[in-house]
Structure formats: structure tokens, C-alpha cells
Ligand binder design. Structure first.
Ligand code: 3PG
Length: 405
């Protein structure tokens, strides 16, 4: 078992204190209305908020990344939070400026002040060590107002951004309840997973997934990896499919395809790709074997033969770790792969772990989340942890304990 050495809420007195609470409420948003489609991550921090009911809470979080359609303010998130804490939640359209500072000073015990999307601040997007990040203006402007920092942002634990790692340089940084719960549940699958250990990977973050796939295969953590979602495309391109589309990719995307090819060569048989896919043809789902894929194919899901094969692999597994939807589940008719494989997991006797906002949200929508051994709020963070990577947030909390504990 990995020993996570950090301070917990039991170790500190938060009564009357002003606490910077870093959470991860990055949520799927409706592309048009920008409404929150799934509030699981907001609900998941309730235990921590309950533990901080005698404190003044300054709530810091991000939503998406600059340049993306869902990169929005946190006002909507604060309204959802208000539903659970009626009258106790305020929102300020500022991060570290005079408006935010005034609101923090006026905060009363039991209140929660939501700051704007931290990634709207230039300092949150700087790549540097925690020591350097502690000197940035965002951290310097905010730190004097806080007695301590509670870090409950497990889904962002693999990111080394200022608000996630730098406050521990200046004040005690303590793990929140969600952080603790996630780490203790995932610890069970880190070193000795029941065999065979099957990873089911989908989603669109190919750049995040390729290093994870390499690590879990190199270190013998996973016995096989079932691939769907957009990452499937990189592997199929590496096999020579969709040549025109490959040529139109940016250099960094081509590099990922090359890496996918190296993985296929090195770990022959461990990667299982879909044998068929589902296309959108004039709004209808049409099944197609992969050897018939062309550059024009609009692929939105894995096919029915693949679903049957992957379900069988899940049924016979000792451990199943799933992250990222297998298809574009938001579109009617293209959610079948994601739903059926989650159902196969719910029926399996394996130690089942579901990660990432989309998969967790879908499992709860299907009413089968309770039948999983663990539903993690983390996607990339969960995979990084399971593949043995050091997570910057965990390192920063350990360092804070040495300094302040
Ligand atoms: C997530 O949703 O996985 C986390 O919030 C991290 O988001 P990021 O990949 O944009 O850093």
C-alpha cells in the first residue's frame, strides 16, 4: 500500500479560520446554454464543506481550459452550490483583485465565497515549481487573507498549477475529505490488482492517455487495454487507416499517432482495438467493420461486435479500470457503447473502478454507480495515480506536512 503522508482535517482547528478551499468542479456544460449537465463533482465536496461549517470558506476552482467552448466563469457553479447551502454562498467576479479581497474580508463564519475561474488568471497557467509559483502575484495577493488551505481537488491532482501546489509553501495545506476518500479507495488497485487487470480507455484527451498506456504496460500493471473514444482514431491511424486525415493533423497530433504505433509494435496483443464502429449517416447509426473505414467516415461510437467482445473481457476480468466515454454519448444513438460497457462492469465480479466526470455521470444516470467498487471524480488524475506517477498535489501536501505539520 502506498503511504500518503499529509495532514487531514482532524489534524487542524478550522473554527473561525479563513480557509482557501481548492476543489475541482470542472463539469460538463451544455454547448448552447452553458448549463451544468452533471453536478457530481459539486456534490462530491459536500463532506468537506460540512467539516468546514465553522470556517469562512474561499472556494477556488477552474472550469475547462482557455480557448475551449466550456471555458466559463464559475457563476453557474456558485448557483448550484447555493442549492445545497441556501443563502450561504456568494460569488465574486474576480480572483485576486480588490473586489475579491473586499469580499474575503467581509466573509462571515459559515459563508462560502466562490472566486471566478482560476484559469482566467495568467498566473494559474504558468509552468514552474511550487516555490516559484508561490511568488506569483495571484498567490501573493491572496495568501495574506488565508489561515490555511484545504486541498480537495483530486481530479486535478496531476496538475502543478499555482492554486493547487503553491499555498502549501506559505501556510498549512491539508487534504479534504474527498481527496482522502479517493486515495484510500484507489490505493487498493495501485500495486496488487486482481488479475487479469483490464483498462477500458476512451475520451478525447489522447495526449494524457498515451503516457498512461505506456506506463501501465511497461510496469505490468494492466494485462490488456481496450480502446474506444477518440483515442481509437490515433491507434487506427497508426495501423494505416484514414491516411488523408492523418496528413491533415498538426505535428503534435501526428507525434501521438507515431507513439500509438510504437505501443502497438512493442506490446503486441495487449492493446485491443474495436473491430467495428458506428457511423452517423444522415442522423442514423450505421454499423461498419473497421477495414471499411474511409477518410470520410463520421465515427461516433464503437460497434456492436466490439461491445460484445469488450463485455466478455470485462466479465472475465479481476480488475476493471474505465475512463472516458467510448463514443459521443451526448448524441442520440451513439451512447450505446458507453452504456453497455458500464452495464457489463456493474454485472462483473471484478474490482471495478470508474473514473472521469462523463463515465461517473453516466453510471449514476443509469442507476448503477452503487454497483461499482469505486466511482472516482478524477479522470486523468486517477489514471496517473494508478499508473504509478507522482502527483504534484500529493507531493505538495506531503511537503506542507513536513513544513507545517
Ligand atoms: C479534469 O477534468 O480531468 C480536471 O479538471 C483536469 O482538467 P484539465 O485536463 O483541463 O487539466
Amino acid at each position: 500500500m502506498m503511504v500518503f503522508d499529509f495532514m487531514r482535517l482532524e489534524d487542524v482547528d478550522t473554527k473561525g479560520k479563513t480557509v482557501f478551499l481548492r476543489v475541482d468542479v470542472n463539469s460538463p456544460l451544455d454547448p448552447n446554454s452553458k448549463k451544468i449537465l452533471d453536478a457530481t463533482r459539486i456534490r462530491a465536496i459536500e463532506d468537506t464543506l460540512k467539516s468546514l461549517k465553522d470556517a469562512k470558506v474561499v472556494f477556488g476552482a477552474h472550469q475547462s481550459r482557455p480557448g475551449k467552448y466550456d471555458f466559463t466563469s464559475l457563476e453557474t457553479h456558485s448557483r448550484v452550490l447555493q442549492m445545497y447551502h441556501n443563502g450561504k454562498v456568494k460569488y465574486v467576479d474576480d480572483i485576486d483583485g480588490t473586489k475579491a479581497q473586499k469580499e474575503i474580508k467581509e466573509l462571515e463564519v459559515g459563508e462560502i465565497l466562490v472566486l471566478n475561474n482560476l484559469r482566467m488568471h495568467k498566473d494559474e497557467n504558468i509552468d514552474a515549481s511550487p516555490e516559484e509559483l508561490a511568488k506569483t502575484s495571484m498567490i501573493q495577493n491572496l495568501a495574506p487573507y488565508f489561515d490555511l488551505c484545504v486541498n480537495d481537488a483530486f481530479p486535478a491532482a496531476h496538475r502543478a498549477q499555482a492554486s493547487l501546489v503553491a499555498f502549501g509553501e506559505l501556510m498549512p495545506m491539508i487534504a479534504g475529505r474527498l481527496m482522502e476518500k479517493e486515495l484510500s479507495a484507489l490505493n487498493k488497485v495501485i500495486y496488487k490488482p486482481n488479475r487479469p487487470c483490464v483498462y477500458l480507455l476512451g475520451g478525447a484527451k489522447v495526449d494524457d492517455r498515451i503516457p498512461v498506456i505506456k506506463r501501465v504496460l511497461k510496469d505490468n500493471i494492466a494485462d490488456s487495454i481496450l480502446i474506444g473514444g477518440l483515442i481509437r482514431e490515433s491507434f487506427h491511424m497508426a495501423q494505416g487507416m484514414m491516411k488523408e486525415r492523418y496528413l491533415s493533423l498538426k505535428d503534435e497530433e501526428k507525434k501521438l499517432v507515431d507513439e500509438a504505433g510504437e505501443i502497438l509494435n512493442k506490446y503486441d496483443g495487449a492493446i485491443e482495438l474495436p473491430v467495428d464502429v458506428a457511423l452517423d449517416v444522415k442522423g442514423e447509426r450505421v454499423e461498419l467493420m473497421v477495414d471499411a473505414i474511409t477518410d470520410e467516415s463520421n465515427i461516433y461510437d464503437i460497434g456492436l461486435n466490439t461491445i460484445a467482445h469488450f463485455s466478455e473481457r470485462i466479465k472475465n476480468a479481476g480488475t476493471v479500470v474505465a475512463e472516458g466515454p467510448l463514443g459521443m454519448f451526448e448524441r442520440r444513438g451513439f451512447d450505446i457503447g458507453t452504456k453497455e460497457l458500464l452495464r457489463a462492469m456493474a454485472d462483473s465480479l471484478a474490482y471495478t473502478v470508474v473514473g472521469g466526470g462523463h463515465m461517473g455521470g453516466m453510471a449514476s444516470m443509469l442507476g448503477i454507480d452503487e454497483r461499482m467498487k469505486h466511482v472516482s471524480t478524477g479522470g486523468g488524475a486517477m489514471l496517473s495515480l494508478l499508473s504509478g506517477e507522482d502527483l504534484p498535489v500529493i507531493d505538495a501536501m506531503a511537503k506542507a506536512k513536513k513544513r507545517w505539520g
